[in-house]
Design a protein around this ligand. Structure first.
Ligand code: ADP
Length: 394
């Protein structure tokens, strides 16, 4: 019988569960959505019958139902050797993944004020799995941990010092697991070691962030105190003038309402007025929908500006790396972004960019590009599974 590792990723109203074998091949994955709603549902990928959930099922009930479904379908014939949890915010406490005990839980709780939508549901997932598997090692893997190597000049805001000292107001950065994976995968593709690899890693999914990685370590990143700062995202604005809040307050829009709009109704959705989905946006633009075309242009221009900004933290660039649903799949976004980067000498090969899936090494740059450009599929679940197994067998 094979050893397995479970990976749990709880979002505010959804969760994902993945099961890996001892060689880190994914055996099964499952999804629950619309949790705490009357139409909550769950299903195992590639299995037609849905997993039955009660109306208003919460994270705990959905995890119990999915674990049961894995067992019933013989996908998991005995307890896993380790369970890894994605946890969004580890503050300054966690510089790396941590086995979960009472002290870890208390520390995650103390970071909840920095991520009120995320850490409490991450904890709900942890507590649910502890109840289901009381003797199995559980491990927390933090989105913020990889960025704890940022130098102070990169993580401090130019605000009164006590904001940082008393309240922890600083740039933390997110998507750390994905950027860490990029550093490692890029080093393999470039025939180097992570400790000698310097890249700019652009993670472009529904959330988007970019990180400068020097000799394997994160040294600058675009997301900040919260995952709202930086690039244009699906529904998030990224950078705006902080003066906007006062301007909106004078028009009757409270800070809370402005925060909601900047998080949920802005970005590609706000600009296009139609969708936060890049694929749909490209279709709309192709049919002459000008706001969608503008949304694409703002997205690519902001990204290119940030790529330029990240070079300030590097003395050498081994590759520019694209990942995430948009970064991996959209030749158009990569092309439009690269057009702004001619001063950096970054040139794409149009055939490789369009057909990169056919080329196993992921390179899409032109032969005379000053820097290599790579497309690397991200795999955050794999990193979490490896970390969980490593800490469980330590
Ligand atoms: P999440 O951050 O939720 O994990 P993903 O990394 O899956 O999201 O990225 C989702 C985004 O990727 C969506 O905007 C989707 O439209 C985009 N995407 C996926 N495939 C393509 C494609 N072929 N062309 C353009 N965008 C794509």
């Amino acid at each position: 019988m094979e050893d397995t590792i479970l990976v749990v990723n709880c979002g505010s109203s959804s969760l994902k569960l993945a099961l890996f074998d001892q060689n880190y091949n994914k055996i099964a994955s499952a999804l629950a959505e619309r949790l705490n709603n009357t139409d909550a549902f769950a299903r195992i990928k590639n299995v037609d019958d849905p997993v039955v959930l009660s109306a208003n099922a919460d994270h705990k009930q959905a995890l119990a139902a999915l674990v049961n479904a894995f067992r019933e379908r013989q996908l998991m014939t005995r307890d896993p050797i380790a369970i890894g949890h994605r946890v969004v915010h580890g503050g300054e406490t966690f510089r790396e993944a941590s086995p979960i005990d009472d002290a870890t839980i208390a520390a995650i709780e103390s970071c909840s004020s920095l991520a009120p939508l995320h850490n409490p549901v991450n904890l709900a997932g942890i507590q649910a799995m502890q109840a289901l598997f009381p003797t199995i090692t559980q491990v927390a893997v933090f989105d913020t941990a990889y960025h704890q190597t940022l130098p102070e000049r990169a993580f401090r805001y130019a605000l009164p010092d006590h904001y940082y000292r008393d309240w922890g107001v600083r740039r933390y950065g997110f998507h750390g697991t994905s950027h860490y994976y990029m550093a490692h995968e890029a080093s393999l593709l470039l025939d180097k070691t992570p400790a000698t690899t310097s890249i700019i890693s652009a993670h472009l999914g529904n959330g988007c962030s970019i990180t400068a990685i020097r000799d394997g370590l994160s040294v600058d990143t675009s997301m900040g105190l919260t995952p709202l700062e930086g690039l244009v995202m699906g529904t998030r604005s990224g950078d705006v003038d902080p003066g906007l809040f006062d301007f909106l307050a004078a028009r009757g829009i409270s800070a809370r309402e402005a925060h909601r709009v900047l998080n949920n109704e802005s970005g590609l959705l706000g600009l296009s007025g139609q969708t936060n989905d890049m694929r749909s946006l490209c279709d709309l633009a192709d049919h002459g929908h000008e706001p969608s075309q503008l949304a694409i242009e703002v997205f690519c221009f902001r990204l290119a500006r940030y790529i330029g900004a990240m070079t300030a933290s590097l003395s050498r660039l081994d590759a520019l790396v694209f990942t995430g649903g948009i970064g991996e799949n959209s030749a158009r976004i990569r092309r439009e972004t690269a057009k702004h980067l001619c001063l950096l000498g970054i040139e794409l090969d149009s055939d490789l960019n369009r057909d990169h899936g056919r080329w196993s090494d992921g390179r899409i740059n032109a032969a005379d590009s000053r820097y290599p450009v790579l497309v690397i599929p991200t795999n955050e679940e794999l990193v979490i599974a490896r970390e969980a197994a490593r800490l469980a067998t330590n």
